[in-house]
Design a binder for this molecule. Structure first.
Ligand code: SF4
Length: 336
């Protein structure tokens, strides 16, 4: 076990590895994502895996309002860049963020066409593609890896939970083995991989969360995003919650921050933390209303880490993970 100062050395003075701080060093400034709804759907909605989607999903809740009125990709980028330039004037590069639904779920030629429209925009310098782990055929990964030779490309994979019981309960339509396999195949191609975790899902326990964190530590992930479970209108969870609120024990900010810390402690230091929480528009939020803005999460987390006198990777067992001998992970570690 390393001491505190040595452990925090790569974290720019924080107790966790902040993606924004890393981007400043690696890219010379802030990388700002500009969200796009490119008109894709998802196999858990169109009937090929399921209908009605994951129990927590209403994409309206996760989609910036400007995307709901403008379907044209170029127009969405124009509006998004203008907005982000005002908010973050020191942005180094804008990345087209294919965010809504599953953005690798179509024929490769269709994907190429839609990505190309975004990449042709003069303000865009790279790509972020959000998707499910079961929508990543080798040909698509090969294409993304080819793009990544010339620009920043990030693949964002919805993990949500590492527990099969939790994934089944939220009708996710794939298991954790599928996630592990997709992450390893993407890493073998050298892609930058961000995992998306949703904390507070029904049936998730502190034990399953920590087991999940240990499993994530063995994967070749570059970054992680944390979100708290929020029940939004138009979802199956919202129906369940209205009928029996006690059947969904929602986290409060205190328990959520502790859950994030519990996971962070087991993660290797090189995993960058891209996001710590989210806000959905009040019009679609059913519960819980924490009254907490998204930008408040990093300071709250830092404070909680200090109070618990801990940090990302404090319990990470490097030797055990070396023994797991995952060649893809080792290749990623070699490149930082
Ligand atoms: S969360 Fe993603 S995978 Fe699940 S239904 Fe919504 S778009 Fe599909």
């Amino acid at each position: 076990m390393t001491d505190l100062a040595e452990s925090l050395a790569p974290f720019s003075g924080l107790r966790y590895h902040s993606y924004n701080e890393w981007a400043k060093l690696a890219h010379g400034g802030r990388l700002q994502k500009v969200s796009i709804d490119a008109g894709f759907t998802c196999p858990n909605r169109d009937g090929s895996r399921g209908v009605g989607g994951c129990t927590f999903c209403n994409n309206e809740g996760f989609t910036p309002s400007y995307l709901r009125q403008h379907r044209d990709i170029t127009q969405q980028i124009d509006i998004g860049v203008e907005f982000m330039r005002r908010r973050y004037p020191r942005t180094k590069a804008f990345l087209a963020y294919f965010q809504s639904y599953s953005n690798t779920y179509d024929d490769l030629e269709v994907l190429k066409e839609r990505y190309a429209v975004a990449l042709a925009h003069p303000a865009i310098g790279g790509l972020v593609v959000g998707t499910r782990p079961d929508c990543l055929p080798d040909a698509t990964l090969d294409y993304l890896a080819e793009l990544a030779q010339t620009m920043p490309v990030e693949l964002e994979i919805g993990i949500e939970s590492c527990s099969d019981a939790v994934l089944r309960e939220c009708l996710r339509g794939h298991d954790f083995a599928c996630t592990q396999e997709a992450i390893n195949r993407a890493a073998q191609r050298g892609l930058f991989i961000t995992g998306h975790l949703l904390l507070g899902l029904p049936l998730e326990t502190q034990e399953s969360l920590i087991e999940g964190a240990k499993a994530l530590a063995r994967l070749p992930l570059d970054a992680l995003k944390f979100h708290q479970l929020q029940i939004v209108r138009g979802t199956r969870l919202a129906n369940q919650y209205r009928a029996a609120p006690e059947s969904i024990p929602l986290l409060d900010p205190d328990r959520y921050l502790n859950a994030v810390v519990d996971v962070l402690e087991y993660l290797p230091p090189q995993i960058k933390i891209q996001r710590l929480g989210s806000e959905v528009p009040p019009a679609v939020l059913v519960s819980p209303d924490w009254g907490m803005r998204q930008h408040a999460f990093p300071a709250k987390l830092e404070e909680r880490l200090k109070v618990r006198d801990t940090w990302q990777s404090r319990l990470f067992d490097d030797d055990a993970n070396q023994d797991a001998a995952n060649p893809a992970r080792e290749a990623r570690r070699a490149t930082g």
